[in-house]
Design a protein around this ligand. Structure first.
Ligand code: M6R
Length: 608
């Protein structure tokens, strides 16, 4: 996710903007820039790479004089992290500069329209359409131009706009992307994130969707999109910088768990149009898919487990055989892939060494590679033939959460898209599945809302020596990810077992009070898993079961229940993992573990 800041007042703007951008660094970024109004001109400096470089080329801001400006840290989405794609973007006539956080979903159509009208584009970004639209609609009044432009935009955006005709003014507008106005004395600010503001002012106004602010050094006016003034309360922030970075949460991991409904929404929404899943813009099409006879999914760690869960969705909707394999095994296993095998790799960072090696191995054998990846311009994205980005935003905690669920969301989209394109499901089922997919962010939210209940349960696990997670099919995939979450942050030994395997050996380990977490969310195997719960209960296990509300009878056999929202069984994996993330989180917290930076682990494993 990008970060934006703005300042208008009596001080030099550039040093304040640079300081604000530094406060946003923790969110992750790959380029940065500022635009400052100097007299009747806008001067722009932007670089790929670190803010330190931006400070260097601007002599800590001294080389960009002026008292009004906007700044940006970019986390690349549309277009690689280059100097040109960095924000701010400037209109063809040089009068406007814009910074943007979010995604303009209809930018391709707008870009074409503007090109036909003679505008030229320098960058590959979705944002640049905004600044050219401003030039097109500007008739001497910045506020009116911003309103016209916003009526043309679809998607999510927090925008900061400056215009050289209005040299002490900034307009900032919000739609589905956070935006905060900071109130000072004779100076005012805006930012996408409270962190950028708290060292300057603790008095803030939170904008709502569909509101925009006209900001000068002495006034802040808020309007709705029809231009009607809106009266807003100034609120006092009590957070210090550290608390603000984590959005008030104690750890990044918890913040990222809570962000999942939004991250999954951002991943799904732009890819559903006119009641269809649309992946053509990302290179896929029916003709290509018709040539695919089998699929391999390969990845590491949690990404591999996302593949284990997603496999069931692809097989059940598309009836194409899918194998999942750890990338570290795949790369040395002389895999039997060819031009009729689609290899799907999953990676949050896009830099995992074994995953990169798996891509190279597949390509050397002529297999097309589809990457599902979070970091734009990463090695995985560059090497793959097709790339679908998870719009999770930067993930800072070492234990992945929103990276994982957005990978699942994309596998589900891919499954439904492929099933539709290949005619493997009828129209009625397609529509039903699409509705279910659309409701996933809401279902995930309901699962996140179990938070207080799970916090209470965590005390029961803090002294456990080991915990077993059991489930079947996609529940088994989720069990593996749940066990990984538990072991990596709480350091409790945790293992997942396919429930049907218990009798083949593992049940020997079940004794009085052994904690077992049973996943019963997949309707098709629910009765079978219930039998396994009865078996472990008979040997004294303490069972926490996760099931949907409609499966009320499980309560009679488990010790405790977590009731999950009802969801189409093939998509249940994205909902049932949330309580397991929370349980791992609170157990680790009860054990005083370093949750965001667990021992011996790195966020990105770039070596073998
Ligand atoms: O960046 P990637 O998704 O390729 O990373 C893969 C694994 O290293 C990663 O999922 C790891 O298992 C996490 N620590 C799990 O929380």
């Amino acid at each position: 996710m990008c970060g934006i800041v703005g300042y208008t007042g009596m001080q030099e703007a550039a040093p304040i903007l640079l300081e604000g951008l530094k406060r946003l660094e923790y969110r992750g970024y790959d380029s940065a820039g500022i635009a400052v109004i100097n007299g009747n001109e806008i001067s722009v400096r932007k670089v790929s790479g670190r803010i330190a470089k931006l400070c260097e080329i601007t002599n800590d801001g001294a080389a960009c004089p002026g008292k009004v400006g906007i700044g940006h840290t970019r986390w690349a989405t549309h277009g690689a992290p280059t100097d040109i794609n960095a924000h701010p973007h400037v209109s063809n006539d040089g009068k406007f500069a814009v910074v943007h956080n979010g995604i303009i979903e209809n930018y391709l159509a707008l870009r074409e329209e503007l090109i036909n009208k003679g505008y030229h584009f320098e960058s590959e970004t979705d944002t640049e359409v905004v600044v050219q639209l401003l030039e097109m609609y500007y008739k001497g009044d910045l506020k009116s131009a911003v309103m016209r432009v916003s009526s043309r935009l679809q998607g999510s955006y927090a925008l900061g706009v400056v215009c050289s005709d209005a040299p002490d003014e900034i307009v900032a507008i919000r739609e589905s992307s956070p935006l905060i106005i900071g109130i000072g004395a004779g100076e005012n600010y805006f930012a996408s994130d409270i962190t950028a503001l708290v060292s300057y002012t603790k008095n803030v106004i939170y904008l709502e969707d569909g509101e925009f602010a006209q900001i000068t050094p002495d006034t802040v006016m808020i309007y709705d999109l029809l231009g009607n003034p809106v009266s807003k309360k100034v609120q006092r922030v009590t957070w210090d910088v550290q608390a603000a970075e984590k959005g008030g949460y104690e750890h990044f991991m918890l913040k990222e768990i809570v962000e999942q409904p939004r991250a999954v929404e951002a991943t799904i929404r732009p890819r559903i149009r006119d009641n269809r899943v649309v992946l053509e813009e990302e290179g896929l099409n029916a003709e290509f898919l018709r040539g695919i006879k089998r699929i391999y999914i390969t990845a590491c760690g949690s990404a591999y487990y996302a593949g284990c869960v997603g496999r069931y969705a692809i097989e059940s909707l598309c009836r194409i055989p899918v194998s999942t394999e750890l990338a570290s095994e795949f790369r040395y296993g002389d895999p039997m892939v060819d031009s009729e095998t689609l290899v799907i790799v999953l990676s949050q960072s896009g830099e995992t060494a074994d995953t990169i090696a798996a891509i190279k191995e597949s390509k050397s054998k002529g297999a097309p590679v589809l990457a599902i990846v979070n970091v734009v311009g990463s090695s995985v994205a560059k090497l793959a033939d097709f790339t679908l980005y998870t719009w999770a935003g930067p993930e800072i905690a070492v234990a992945t959460t929103k990276g994982y669920t957005t990978q699942l969301a994309l596998l589900y989209l891919f499954a439904l898209y492929t099933a539709g394109e290949l005619g493997r499901i009828d129209e009625k089922t397609y529509r039903h599945m699409l509705r279910s997919l659309r409701s996933l962010p809401q279902k995930i939210q309901e699962s996140v809302d179990l938070n207080p209940l799970i916090e209470n349960y965590a005390d029961d696990y803090r002294d456990a020596r080991s915990i077993f997670f059991i489930g079947r099919n996609s529940d088994y995939g989720a069990a593996m990810e749940g066990a990984l979450k538990m072991k990596e942050i709480s350091y409790i030994h945790a293992e997942a077992y396919a429930a049907g395997e218990l009798k083949h050996g593992t049940i020997a380990l079940i004794e009085e009070h052994q904690p077992v977490i049973a996943l019963c969310c997949n309707d098709t195997v629910r009765e079978k898993t219930m039998n396994n719960i009865i078996e472990v209960k008979a040997r004294g296990a303490d069972v926490l079961a996760l099931a949907e509300k409609r499966d009320a009878d499980i309560i009679s056999i488990a010790d405790r229940m977590l009731w999950l929202p009802e969801v189409e069984p093939v998509f249940a994996g994205a909902v049932e993992i949330i309580p397991l993330q929370l349980l791992a989180y609170y157990t680790a917290k009860a054990r005083n573990c370093d949750i965001d930076k667990p021992k011996n682990l790195a966020k990105s494993v770039t070596v073998e």
